[in-house]
Design a protein around this ligand. Structure first.
Ligand code: PEP
Ligand code: MN
Length: 345
């Protein structure tokens, strides 16, 4: 249920509604809009009766939400959530590019990559310090040392950093270094981890599990948001299918499908989505064409020497070309939007 308060509702009215919800074994999620306050009722809400809420002072209407996810739905919040970060915005129509190696391998490697990302117009630097690997014998990441290298790269280039956190107990440590916390595909349904990142003051990039349905994906975002963190960026990274020519199948359907029902920004990772360097550029452009708010691309100064995911990593020249194509695409899209606004299309 979502409670829409009247435009002239006082803070006392809001407190009263919150108290009413709390005393009925549920929790209130307050969202202060520009014009009015919206209150989401979460938890064991069967005891909170709509007809009772309607009698409280300052309540304009009470809308039952039909979906299992509430806070992330457009029924709860109709305008897009825009996440502002270091001069870029996820969700305002201009694509944001996150780029960097699969894993942080050394200080030199991450610094060199950071400069490549920066010089070519990338917006955020990625790099895994804690790596979820299919094999226990594969490189597991440099751990905190990797985080320190990322921090150095941030100091040198000014690029904000995004890195994965694997376990709830490491959330405070990773949050000390990272500007955005990444939840990887394998952890999309690690509910304790989702709750932990829901309680920190950092935006979260939530990757879709490789066999997760759209509703499950949104329910995982709901876990984060119900803990109080509403800065969530969704990321489609490909799902498992029967195809054998690519690592995963990028499910681009999900981008506009999610945009219809959720206010959260969603980006696409064509590196993991395809597992193939030659498919990254076309699928990046396709992602933007279906409305993705950004891209996550694996880039390495020498991909053939990368310690992980070499086959899906771009070299500097290919990254440069991709960024140019993204720029052209964005310019074309701006012209198109202007023509739509002017009624010419
Ligand atoms: C990654 O981004 O390096 C990663 C491990 O991705 P995913 O969780 O999507 O497999
Ligand atoms: Mn990777």
């Amino acid at each position: 249920m979502v409670i829409v308060m009247k435009a002239d509702a006082t803070s006392h009215d809001i407190e009263q509604v919150e108290q009413f919800i709390n005393t009925h074994s549920a929790r209130a999620h307050i969202s202060q809009g520009e014009e009015r306050t919206i209150i989401g009722v979460i938890g064991y809400k069967h005891q909170v009766r709509r007809e009772h809420l309607l009698t409280l002072s300052g309540v304009e209407k009470v809308i039952p939400i039909s979906k299992p996810y509430k806070l992330v739905s457009r029924e709860f919040k109709k305008d897009n959530t825009v996440i502002y970060l270091n001069g870029v915005a996820f969700g305002n129509g201009t694509p944001v590019v996150i780029a960097g190696p699969c894993s942080v391998e050394s200080e030199e490697q991450i610094l060199e990559t950071a400069h490549i990302v920066k010089e070519n117009g990338g917006h955020l630097l990625r790099g895994g310090a804690f790596k979820p690997r299919s094999s226990p014998y594969s490189f597991q990441g440099l751990g905190e040392e990797g985080l320190q290298h990322l921090q150095k790269a941030r100091e040198e280039t000014g690029l904000y950093i995004i890195t994965e956190v694997l376990e709830a107990q490491f959330v405070p440590l990773v949050a000390e270094y990272a500007d955005v916390l990444q939840i990887g595909a394998r952890n999309m349904q690690n509910y304790e981890l989702l709750k932990a990142v829901g309680r920190v003051n950092r935006p979260v990039l939530l990757k879709r599990g490789m066999s997760a349905q759209m509703t499950e994906f949104l329910m995982s975002a709901e876990y984060i948001m119900s803990e109080g963190n509403d800065r969530i960026i969704l990321c489609e990274r490909g799902i498992r299918t029967f195809v054998e020519y690519s690592r995963n199948t990028l499910d681009l359907n999900v981008v506009p499908a999610i945009k219809n029902i959720s206010h959260l920004p969603i980006i696409v990772d064509p590196s993991h989505g395809t597992g193939r360097r030659d498919l990254i550029e076309p699928l990046s452009l396709a992602s933007l064409a279906v409305g993705a708010d950004g891209l996550m691309i694996e880039v390495h100064p020498h991909p053939e020497q990368a310690w992980s995911d070499a086959d899906q990593t771009l070299d500097p020249a290919s990254f440069k070309r991709l960024m140019n194509r993204i720029r052209h695409f964005t310019e074309w899209q701006e012209i198109y939007q202007k023509e739509i606004s002017a009624g010419q299309i």
